[in-house]
Ligand binder design. Structure first.
Ligand SMILES: *Cc1c(COP(=O)(O)O)cnc(C)c1O
Length: 463
């Protein structure tokens, strides 16, 4: 208990020269709260039996400096994605094309034409540029953009089916990432869910039998993050459209990820493009901006004017609308799609998904050589074959061949290494498989190899 009395007072600590330096770098109230936090922790540690050495002035000052550094780091910050999951929802899904940088900064830091018509000098409509591009790229009559695809589904159902019935196959009542469940979104929108068919099989006659005077919409939902295999039967968009036409009921597709390009050219088979859904006769199609499109978080609705125009006037739109920075980057991303090759080269997620396995193997060989040269013998780096994933609830069963860097540090378990790399100022996120720490070349930029090297250097120095 004697030791507790030896904990210095806050005012005293603020006079130490090591802490005076910190007062030059951080606002005074921030330094004071860091001092209080460290002294508070110290108190607890001394009560728990910590020794006198933790009471030394420079030990305390160093802890305060460390605490301030952590407090000063943005909570939302860049990480290096070595997981090989290209659309990693927890790591922010799609990184934007580098070519959008200036456009994004201009939108954020200056005034702009957000709702201003340069021709008339009067008020313009937000998103007209994006809507025009979407029509060109998908063949749709018109488009609406909102905060994300969940919002797109909510707006569409609220506008098309409030207090009326929406027919959905039991095999398509999906949950995406825990917080988006079709039945729950439907409840929020005021639409009434009319489930048809069984989990594995739904037939055209199931939809037909569900039609009543109360039916507002036939809804098809992309099963995204799971696959129903075996004894299955699904009703195609074309068949649903035929049933809807007969009954005078519109058909909507929640395409989930949604792609503007035929990705089978790069081995990603079986995904209809948004244009194909519209060509099949769907009246309304919604999809995400930050999944396979490779743009910012957004929800995109395309389709017929008669169904989308009311959405543009719906009071919910105001609550779900996009901000100027997102609109700028969405427009920039869509612009890249006017030339397919340009899109494949410039949009990071498309580049990552289409890089050939041989090129990844070559990059791995180079990276291993470079890392071995730069790192002490306590670090072993080898390359091995493995698989990457698309992520973002797209192509759930697809494993794309890749090359992994397998990294080990003498004296550290794979778990310890994983933690050290994850908790740095610039976190490096990898994965552990069968006791080995792995980084997937597919989601790593070549420039990030230098960051990984310096991280491993500092780990071996401190280990
Ligand atoms: C991902 C997904 C959503 C949600 O999209 P967000 O843009 O994340 O809101 C909705 N429906 C389906 C089928 C999806 O795959």
């Amino acid at each position: 208990m004697l030791l507790l009395r030896n904990i210095p007072k806050v005012d005293k600590v603020l006079e130490w020269s090591d802490v005076q330096v910190l007062l030059d770098r951080y606002p005074r109230p921030v330094v004071i709260s860091a001092v209080r936090e460290v002294l508070g922790l110290l108190r607890g540690e001394l009560l728990g039996g910590a020794g006198a050495e933790s009471l030394e002035d420079n030990a305390i000052a160093a802890r305060i400096a460390g605490t301030l550094e952590t407090m000063n780091m943005p909570g939302l910050r860049r990480v290096i994605n070595g997981t090989g999951v290209v659309l990693h929802t927890n790591l922010g899904r799609a990184p934007l094309a580098e070519s959008l940088r200036d456009m994004m900064l201009d939108a954020a830091f200056g005034y702009n034409t957000l709702e201003f018509d340069l021709e008339t000098g009067g008020r313009g409509r937000r998103a007209t540029h994006v809507e025009k591009l979407l029509c060109q790229l998908t063949g749709a009559e018109t488009a609406v953009v909102v905060n994300n695809n969940a919002a797109a589904v909510l707006l569409a159902l609220s506008s098309l089916a409030r207090n009326r019935e929406v027919v959905v196959s039991r095999g398509e009542l999906v949950e995406i990432g825990g917080s988006f469940r079709i039945p729950e979104v439907m409840e929020q929108s005021g639409a009434i869910l009319r489930e048809v068919g069984a989990t594995n099989r739904t037939h055209p006659r199931d939809y037909r039998a569900a039609l009543t005077a109360e039916t507002a919409l036939l809804l098809k939902v992309h099963t995204s993050n799971f696959a129903v295999v075996g004894f299955t039967s699904e009703v195609s968009t074309e068949e649903m459209v035929a049933i809807g036409r007969d009954a005078g009921v519109p058909v909507m597709v929640d395409a989930g990820s949604g792609t503007l390009l035929d990705l089978s050219i790069c081995g990603l088979r079986g995904e209809k493009t948004i244009r194909e859904y519209l060509d099949a006769g769907a009246d309304v199609v919604s999809f995400s901006g930050d999944k396979l499109l490779g743009g910012p978080q957004a929800g995109i609705i395309v389709g017929k004017r008669s169904f989308l125009d009311p959405m543009k006037k719906h009071p919910l739109l105001r609550a779900l609308r996009l901000d100027k920075v997102t609109l700028a980057t969405l427009e920039g991303t869509l612009r890249l799609y006017r030339d397919e090759r340009e899109a494949l080269q410039r949009i990071p997620i498309l580049r990552m998904l289409t890089v050939p396995a041989e090129e990844l193997a070559k990059r791995a060989t180079k990276a291993v050589r470079r890392m071995r040269r730069a790192l002490p013998v306590a670090v072993t780096v080898t390359a091995r074959k493995g698989f990457s994933q698309v992520g973002g609830g797209s192509f759930p069963l697809l494993e794309i061949p890749t090359t992994l860097l397998c990294v080990a540090v003498e004296g550290l378990s794979a778990q310890q290494l994983e933690r050290r790399l994850r908790t740095r100022a610039l976190p490096i996120i990898g994965r552990i498989s069968q006791g080995a720490f792995l980084l997937d070349l597919r989601t790593l930029a070549d420039t990030e190899i230098a960051d990984i090297i310096s991280a491993l250097q500092s780990i071996t120095v401190s280990a």
